[in-house]
Design a protein around this ligand. Structure first.
Ligand SMILES: C[S@@+](CC[C@H](N)C(=O)[O-])C[C@H]1O[C@@H](n2cnc3c(N)ncnc32)[C@H](O)[C@@H]1O
Length: 264
């Protein structure tokens, strides 16, 4: 008799619905992103009403204003998904080599296929890596980037510590994440859309679980101020939060403390 396998929580349509309190949370996150890998990019454009076309380039613009040294040569993008940010970073810095990594194999495969059609794809390398246990030697990157990844991590401070560890002193961190809107009236409008409309759109493409998890995951994140404190605790200085689109997303920036040795 076959032993039933515990595949984690699922929604009524059978799609994965990760439970942050479950010991299998990381596995459930991978299963969820495997489930949505093929339609992730276009669904992202639809659900964000096209705003995500602006958010990533604007984050790189914020980064340019933040950085004080020469263009980065070695860049690590964490949780690269289908590779949208990694490709934009490669186009933005034509002298850079970008390591695009993700812990979901289906996402890495999709990123590699999408990038093989573009000129900047020649300066991208792909691999699987867990943001909580980065397989890179310390101080090996000039820039670490990630977009819309932090909400999915089981241990935020550990991941920030890893990002700091692999950055050379003076290197920069760019994190783009969904955040609470800055104005309360707009927050109410945003939550009606994000908590109700987006999950209904998800249900139309048999992904009720992932798009119910999405608004839940926002609630697990610290506020902008708390996040800046977490960056400082992890060994970053000159930390900044630059809200975009009335705070729906925020570009977070930090510099790996140039005067401190690598942190544990
Ligand atoms: C919402 S997608 C964002 C993809 C991409 N960065 C973008 O801008 O569209 C989140 C990605 O983070 C990855 N991820 C989640 N937790 C991770 C972890 N602990 N380590 C590495 N990747 C992770 C998921 O597999 C998924 O591809």
């Amino acid at each position: 008799m076959a032993i039933p396998v515990n595949r984690g929580r699922t929604a009524a349509d059978g799609s994965p619905y990760p439970d942050r309190r479950a010991p299998s949370f990381e596995r459930e996150i991978r299963r969820m992103f495997t489930h949505i890998a093929e339609r992730y990019e276009w669904f992202d454009h639809v659900a964000s009403l096209g705003n995500d076309y602006v958010w990533r380039p604007r984050a790189l613009w914020d980064l340019d204003r933040f950085r004080s040294d020469g263009p980065p040569i070695r860049v690590l993008d964490l949780g690269c998904g289908t590779g949208e940010l990694a490709r934009q970073v490669a186009r933005h810095y034509p002298g850079a080599r970008v390591f695009a990594t993700d812990f979901t194999a289906a996402m890495v495969a999709k990123a590699a296929v999408e990038s093989s059609r573009r000129a900047e794809g020649r300066r991208l390398d792909f691999g699987r890596a867990n943001a909580l246990r980065l397989p890179f030697v310390s101080e090996s990157f000039d820039l670490v980037t990630n977009a819309f990844v932090l909400r999915n991590l089981s241990d935020l401070s550990r991941a920030l510590g890893e990002m700091r560890r692999v950055l050379r002193p003076g290197g920069a961190l760019l994190t783009l994440e969904i955040t609470e809107p800055t104005a309360p009236w707009f927050g109410r409008l945003f939550h009606t859309y994000f908590d109700r409309v987006v999950p209904s759109l998800g249900a139309l493409v048999r992904s009720a679980g992932p798009y119910r998890y999405l608004p839940e995951s926002l609630r697990s994140l610290p506020s902008r101020e708390e996040f800046l404190h977490a960056l400082k605790r992890a060994g970053f200085v000159r930390v900044r939060a630059q809200p975009q689109s009335m705070g729906i997303v925020t570009t977070f920036l930090g510099e790996a403390n140039p005067s401190s040795a690598e942190k544990g």
